[in-house]
Design a binder for this molecule. Structure first.
Ligand SMILES: [Zn+2]
Length: 492
């Protein structure tokens, strides 16, 4: 009987964030050992559950180790990362011999002393199992893929979709790749290309849509097993930052490298067209003032995305809505445990004075002092991803306040606004509101696009135009050409 060893470890580290990623944040987001989550796997345990099911179907034994994932924030505390790594390595050592290792990682985890934490983990795993045992990894497309990661895996598969609606499909893909290698049907080799590009790439529109579909169509023919576009995570100051192409081929490394280069050059040529069109706050408010469609105008507060390590308590857009006199709106979710606590004490229907948001620092803006009515409360709430009920994530206790016709949703576990549950859990029906602000970069899109009349990605007041002229990704980079506004907000 074959034995596969599986584990999950990851977070997406915003090295500009002042919030440390410690044990508490892992506990609040996802921390289980040896399948202790039981029958209902949380969102971050989905790959483990899928790998166990696929192994069972082949009559293989699964040894499942740690399942640890933290909501994106600042650097992971050194002893926390080292503790998790050592735990996985101890479990792996105890499970030997194993026929394969499958790891669900994020790929952009930075710990104190480890700019490439998951690369360090993979190097440790490789040392334990030796060169012959296949190691497969599933990564978020926002990974910063290093040579250390690439050289210590047999196959690597990244999500193709942003929003990440294809986590289960990619988990199945990497299992099949590794299982075929275990059974001697294939010899996976990796070719990769560094596009030397930093940006944000929505796969919901062209030209990224076409490029993703093209990559998928190349798979399963001419010896190409898998093609991944590494978007990279822009909010990290690490050497391995940036976009890459990773191709897994059957035995022919030169073919994999050629294809990676061709696709990488195509990706590079599209680098301007692929960037999101951001609106200023003033443009968004002007649009909101004239909006009269039956379906809501959705404003994405991209700079305050908890999913990218932001505080999720910035007040810039809410303040603008109040100044604008918008009276049929909703905004969420503010990470404000104190406001939630006060709302629970006062109870539903209570009118009270509340100081809201703006607590984490200058990037959060000033706190707002508001006269509010508590309109909804929910204990120990969870939300799905894009309305997919099979995956859920805890968001803590939730409270909704109404202020001058604007529903303001707060919660106690910092979370990105990914689904309609982020409002519906506390009785706010966003489909009936005119202007809805979601604190999210792009994951909101899967659930909100179907109910929206229009979506605007709102950046800050002072968008600067940068340009650079390069025809070759190997030419020196003269500056980032697409990112949110967190860095600029810090210095404003
Ligand atoms: Zn991602």
């Amino acid at each position: 009987m074959k034995t596969i060893f599986t584990a999950t470890l990851g977070t997406e580290t915003n090295t500009f964030s002042s919030l440390p990623t410690g044990l508490q944040l892992f506990k609040e987001t996802c921390l289980f050992r040896r399948g202790s989550y039981g029958d209902k796997a949380p969102m971050f345990a989905q790959p483990l559950e899928i790998w166990r099911r696929m192994a069972d179907a082949r009559g293989w034994r699964t040894v499942e180790s740690l399942c640890a994932f933290a909501m994106p924030a600042g650097k992971t505390v050194r002893k926390v990362y080292e503790g998790f790594r050592d735990e996985i390595i101890a479990d792996l050592t105890a499970a030997l011999p194993v026929d394969a290792v499958l790891l669900s990682l994020h790929g952009a985890m930075v710990a104190e002393g480890y700019d490439d934490a998951e690369g360090d983990l993979l190097a440790h795993v490789r040392r334990v199992v030796g060169p012959a045992v296949p190691i497969g990894a599933e990564l978020d497309l926002h990974a910063n893929v290093s040579r250390q990661k690439l050289e210590n895996v047999t196959a690597m598969v990244l999500f193709k979709e942003y929003p990440h609606i294809d986590v289960p499909e990619r988990a199945e893909e990497v299992f099949t790749l590794i299982a075929d290698a275990v059974e001697g049907r294939t010899k996976p080799v990796i070719g990769w290309f560094d596009c030397r590009t930093i940006g944000v790439f929505h796969t919901t529109r062209q030209p990224m849509r076409g490029l993703v579909d093209k990559c998928a169509a190349l798979e399963g023919r001419d010896g190409i097993l898998s093609v991944s576009i590494v978007h990279g995570f822009p909010w990290a100051d690490v050497a391995d930052l940036g976009s890459k192409i990773v191709v897994v081929a059957d035995g022919d490394k030169a073919r994999a490298e050629r294809l990676a280069r061709d696709l990488g050059m195509e990706f590079f040529r599209l680098r301007h067209e692929t960037q999101p069109r951001y609106s200023t706050l003033e443009q968004a408010m002007a649009r909101a003032a004239t909006h009269n469609q039956p379906r809501p105008l959705i404003l994405a507060d991209v700079s305050d995305n908890a999913g990218g390590g932001a505080a999720s308590d910035s007040t810039f857009i809410l303040q603008a809505m109040l100044e604008q006199g918008i009276t049929d709106g909703a905004i969420g979710m503010f990470w404000d445990p104190m406001a939630v606590r006060i709302a629970f004490e006062a109870g539903e229907g209570a009118a009270l004075d509340i100081r809201l948001g703006g607590k984490l620092g200058p990037t959060s803006g000033p706190p707002l002092d508001l006269r509010a009515t508590v309109i909804g409360l929910a204990r120990d709430a969870t939300v799905s991803f894009g309305g997919r009920d099979k995956s859920y994530a805890p968001v803590g206790d939730m409270a909704a306040f109404e202020v001058n016709g604007i529903a303001i949703v707060c919660n106690t576990l910092r979370s990105q606004c990914k689904s309609l549950d982020c409002f519906a859990n506390v009785g706010v029906d966003v489909t009936k509101r005119k202007v809805v602000v979601v604190k999210s970069m792009q994951h909101f899109h899967a659930a909100y696009a179907p109910v929206a009349s229009e979506i605007m990605y709102v950046a800050d007041r002072h968008r600067e135009k940068r340009s650079e002229k390069r025809s070759n990704p190997a030419a020196p980079m003269v500056g980032c050409f697409a990112f949110g506004s967190q860095r600029r907000r810090r210095v404003r």
